[in-house]
Design a protein around this ligand. Structure first.
Ligand code: ADP
Ligand code: MG
Length: 276
């Protein structure tokens, strides 16, 4: 059993990439479960109307379930919607429901529409006794108000990059959006972590993409690479993360190593000013 040193403050990380199918949800839930498996308390916020993160964590999220929709639109307290995953007492989830699909449009006419998640999360973190070490937000693939709410609430952006052709496509747009958020809504936001995922070591292309991303983002890319693995892709159909489904599989081992890297990066000394 790995043990890690936790900082004692809550790190809010949004998992974002404007491309669909790059492994955002898979990375969000498996990293969260891996963090919990080494003793961290983790809250996953499912901001995607598809609710894949809620499903993967085995959290009921039918149309009647109180969800992030109620928090964003009707100002429900976050504590009223959070459920605990059957996998671990340390792993909780604020589920999404299909109603969230309408929130994108309903938010447009709301007061403080970009800050609703942040306000709800701040209130929750102030009141809850056992504060999460990590809040991990799973975003939809578009830059709508849901994603903007995630960017506004977060300290860090984690970008999963699929080691395939066109991997870097859209990345400069994403970085541009982060800069726009920094300028207007959340000065403290930073791209802290890039995770290379669905890596197939048998192809030269995967290696080339990995090398290229590392050359561009030497500090952000995790040393750990997530391999393409059938166990990772089949775990959600059993309502489990790969950590619970097959903890010895290559995917589970990689997500645990990635989790430890992320946790330990934070306790490392802060980079010197002007380094970036
Ligand atoms: P996104 O949330 O960015 O749309 P998903 O996390 O849903 O992407 O992943 C897209 C698809 O790729 C899913 O079918 C998922 O099971 C699969 N997948 C993600 N990561 C891996 C992996 N490491 N190995 C195999 N399949 C993966
Ligand atoms: Mg997803």
């Amino acid at each position: 059993q790995t043990t890690v040193e936790l900082s004692g403050r809550t790190r809010i990380i949004t998992v974002s990439n404007q491309k669909g199918g790059v492994g955002k949800t898979t990375t969000a839930v498996n990293l969260a479960a891996a963090m919990a498996s080494v003793g961290a308390r983790v809250l996953v916020i499912d901001l995607d109307p598809q609710g894949n993160a809620s499903t993967a964590l085995s959290i009921p999220h039918n149309a009647d379930t109180p969800s992030v929709y109620d928090v964003l639109i009707d100002e429900f307290p976050m504590a009223d919607i959070i459920q605990t995953s059957p996998e671990s007492d340390l792993l909780t989830c604020a589920p999404s429901t299909i109603h969230l699909a309408g929130a994108e449009i309903e938010l447009v006419s709301q007061v403080a529409r970009e800050h609703r998640l942040r306000t709800a999360l701040d209130d929750y973190l102030e009141q809850v006794e056992e504060k999460p070490d990590f809040v991990i937000i799973d975003c939809p693939p578009s830059l709508g108000l849901l994603t903007i709410n995630a960017f506004t609430a977060a300290h860090e952006v984690l970008i999963p990059i699929q080691c395939e052709y066109y991997a870097l496509e859209g990345l400069s747009q994403l970085l541009g959006n982060v800069r726009m958020i920094q300028k207007h809504l959340n000065q403290g936001l930073r791209v802290s972590t890039i995770v290379l995922t669905m890596f197939d070591g048998r192809t030269r292309l995967a290696q080339q993409v990995a090398d290229e991303v590392r050359a561009h983002f030497p500090k952000e890319v995790l040393a750990t690479v997530i391999p393409r693995s059938v166990r990772v892709s089949e775990a959600p159909s059993f309502g489990q993360t790969v950590i619970a489904y097959d903890g010895q599989s290559a995917g589970a081992v990689a997500y645990r190593e990635a989790a430890v890297e992320i946790i330990e990066r934070d306790s490392a000394p802060a980079p010197t000013e002007g380094g970036a």
